[in-house]
Design a protein around this ligand. Structure first.
Ligand code: NAP
Length: 335
């Protein structure tokens, strides 16, 4: 099947406002879904309304790293709309403040913006202190902050590799240790959600730093889900497939090349919407999922199973070709 050019995909997307652009209040500032194949994607409607019951996070305090942009912003909106007080932290305080104001003006719940580089344990400690002083200790933590870019590994500097490991793996570990120790001390229980990636399980060339780091995050999550289960603290991971955010797409598909490949890869015929990820995340940090611990959930429109099944490329075989193939197989006698 011929691949669509990047320009043609972009044109197609603009021609399909019904599925491509959602002017729902809560997600009005987020980018759209790439409707790669209208014939298939019509079976996979996008629900952007909030799934959980109103106020189910009332009285809860949450912390979302990287909560100022992209998926983190979407998850922060959803938790805040459901009644949580949310502290968001990352490096860019200006962006965080703008997001906090935008979300709290819509949800009427407070969102606290704190500058913290997750590579620095002291900065995380101060951010958690600030949250405790303003809202109380967060019993919900979403480790979402990350950095990633495509690069042939032989062209990668040790510093580039180390930076991604420091943000993704060490940043998650530092945040988890800081809040986790306090939760154990306070005997409150709690829930951690880690946003990883499909390649955490499979590995992937050209993003070896991120694949190594995300695999480490999943190992940490499963290990602590067992070890800290006795303290009422549970851990789950979401592996998102392609969901358009500036942060992800500008560094992972800067020239649109990767986007071209999506068309044949995603059985649902479209990329994901931030609201879909946010609804799943909210469920996983809510009491509705209290029996879930140590799970790793793919949210990817079927992409991973499609690219990993050895015979899945047979989808390109026509019905006539299948008749010929089946006739040949029937003629085979013995082994
Ligand atoms: P994004 O908007 O770039 O989000 C990344 C966030 O991490 C930013 O808010 C950034 O804020 C923060 N961050 C980066 N370095 C940091 C540091 N040293 N300390 C603290 N915060 C830091 O991209 P996204 O697509 O929403 O990604 C969110 C998560 O989803 C990531 O874990 C990513 O790996 C995962 N994911 C996304 C996709 C996708 O298709 N979008 C697919 C698979 C996985 P500052 O710049 O202010 O620090």
């Amino acid at each position: 099947m011929a691949l669509l050019t990047y320009q043609r995909i972009a044109a197609l997307r603009n021609l399909l406002p019904s599925i491509g652009r959602h002017n729902i209040l809560q997600f009005s500032t987020t980018p759209c879904v790439w409707n790669l194949d209208p014939n298939r994607s019509r079976f996979y409607p996008i629900k952007t309304d909030i799934m959980l019951p109103a106020n189910c996070f009332a009285g809860k305090v949450a912390m979302v790293t990287g909560g100022g942009t992209g998926l983190g912003k979407g998850m922060t909106y959803t938790l805040s709309a459901l009644g949580a007080k949310v502290m968001i932290c990352s490096r860019n305080l200006e962006v965080l403040k703008k997001t906090a104001e935008e979300i709290s003006s819509q949800t009427k719940n407070e969102v606290l913006a704190v500058s913290a580089d997750v590579r620095n344990p002291e900065a995380i400690k101060s951010a958690v202190d600030e949250c405790v002083a303003k809202f109380g200790l967060p019993t919900i933590v979403i480790n979402n902050a990350a950095g990633n870019f495509i690069c042939p590994t032989e062209m990668m500097s040790p510093n580039a590799f180390k930076t991604v490991i420091d943000i993704v793996l060490n940043g998650t570990a530092f945040t988890t240790l800081e809040v986790g120790k306090r939760l154990i001390e306070a005997k409150t229980g709690g829930v951690f959600l880690q946003i990883t990636a499909l390649f955490a399980e499979t590995g992937s060339g050209f993003v070896t730093h991120s694949a190594s780091a995300k695999a480490g995050v999943e190992a940490l999550s499963k290990s602590l889900g067992a070890e800290w289960g006795r303290y009422g603290i549970r851990f789950n991971c979401i592996e998102p497939g392609g969901i358009e955010t500036k942060g992800a797409f500008s560094r992972l598909s800067p020239d649109g090349m990767e986007m071209k490949r999506f068309k044949d890869r995603i059985p649902a015929g479209r990329t994901g919407h931030i609201a879909e990820l946010s609804n799943l995340a909210a469920y996983l940090v809510s009491d509705y999922s209290s029996w879930m611990n140590g799970s790793i959930i793919k949210l990817d429109g079927g992409e991973q199973i499609n690219i990993s099944g050895s015979f899945n490329s047979l989808q390109e075989v026509s019905n006539q070709q299948w008749k010929d193939i089946i006739a040949k197989i029937r003629q085979v006698k013995g082994s």
